[in-house]
Write a protein that binds this ligand. Structure first.
Ligand SMILES: [Zn+2]
Length: 362
């Protein structure tokens, strides 16, 4: 899978070709659970097989990441979770690039299977068969089976699986990207429904779980893509707030808390003679009142590090800045002159209004 938001519950274990490889802590819990002594030989076998499978998952994600890198698209990191891996891209590939980036992942599993197959033949190991106990089949056979399953699972043409993205990118080469996402999302949700029905009839809890996962993933992908399509060709200037309060750096916290109470604004640019000095957020005011009291100057409590964009910055890049975890406002500035402010709330209001306008046009 290739996704675009990060988890704080992970830590770096290696770096490959400049790409940090991270492991989510739940993955370590999963390994501890597998190797727990009471699980006996079955547990020990799993403790060999699972890391081997995850090594293949890592190679799959590197397939995505290194292909993206070839297109000049940034990679934040690769994180391994107990349910699989995620390669996080920092840019938005176009349809052709997305096709190749996505195809590269499952292709790696197919290549690994292609390497294991003659080895199994030469060693006269059994070939994988579904339904046979993986431990009975032996490590290499189980690994071949795992790679074939990874390939098949990822090629399901539904988000958030690679197959869904391949389908979307193929459609997007022929039509508007937002429409392509809606169609691919619709196919994914219809497929999720069929998978759920199959799970219900068999009955198979795992299939039903996959169906729910696919259904939710498709909805999320469509929502995010619709959001991005609404802001394409728009600039920071179009969405910024221009009516908001600033606070002089010589003002006291008592003044700042008065501003906080009298309106709905939470964050105040701190200015001195028209130049921005910092940003004072609600948390800073509350923290300052408890540690220093109401007479303290805002200059001592403001954040000197704040995010800025130029008024003609593309709005999708601004939106991207909010999806990366930091929800603090972004100041729209030219040199040191403040023109406007974009907060997460006002951006979501802008999206709602745009959506209403687009619906009227449609
Ligand atoms: Zn993938």
């Amino acid at each position: 899978m290739a996704r675009r938001d990060s988890s704080p519950w992970s830590f770096r274990v290696a770096t490959v070709s400049g790409i940090p490889i991270r492991i989510h802590f739940t993955f370590l819990l999963f390994l501890v659970w597998l190797g727990w002594p009471s699980r006996g030989s079955e547990g020990r076998f799993a403790l060999l097989l699972v890391p081997a499978i995850f090594f293949c998952v890592l190679l799959h994600e590197l397939g995505h990441a290194l292909t993206a890198k070839r297109f000049g698209i940034g990679i934040k990191d690769i994180t391994l979770y107990p349910i699989g891996g995620i390669a996080m891209l920092t840019g938005r590939p176009n349809a052709r690039q997305e096709f190749w980036i996505t195809v590269a992942g499952p292709a790696v599993n197919l290549v690994i299977a292609g390497i294991l197959f003659p080895i199994l033949l030469a060693l006269r190991h059994p070939m994988p068969s579904l339904g046979t106990d993986m431990q009975e089949q032996g490590l290499l056979t189980a690994l071949l089976e795992a790679n074939l399953l990874l390939f098949a699972f990822n090629m399901i043409p539904a988000f958030p699986m690679d197959g869904g993205r391949i389908l979307r990118s193929l459609l997007a080469m022929r039509m508007d990207p937002a429409k392509a996402t809606r169609i691919a999302g619709g196919i994914g949700q219809a497929l999720a429904f069929v998978i759920f029905l199959a799970g219900l009839l068999l009955p198979h809890a795992g299939l039903m779980l996959i169906a729910v996962f696919v259904f939710l993933g498709a909805g999320q992908e469509v929502a995010s893509s619709v959001g991005f399509s609404l802001v394409s060709n728009r600039r920071a200037l179009d969405a910024m707030m221009t009516q908001f309060r600033t606070i002089p750096s010589g003002a006291s916290l008592a003044t700042a808390s008065g501003y906080l109470l009298e309106g709905s604004q939470h964050d105040f640019p701190v200015v001195w003679e028209g130049d921005v000095q910092g940003l004072l957020a609600r948390d800073d005011i509350v923290r300052g009142l408890t540690t220093e009291g109401p007479a303290a100057y805002v200059a001592g409590l403001m954040r000197r590090e704040y995010r800025t964009v130029l008024p003609d910055a593309p709005l999708d890049a601004v939106m991207e800045m909010f999806t990366q975890g930091d929800r603090s406002p972004i100041l729209v500035m030219v040199e040191r002159r403040l023109l406007g402010m974009i907060t997460a709330e006002n951006l979501s209001e802008f999206l709602m209004l745009e959506q209403a306008r687009v619906r009227r046009l449609a």
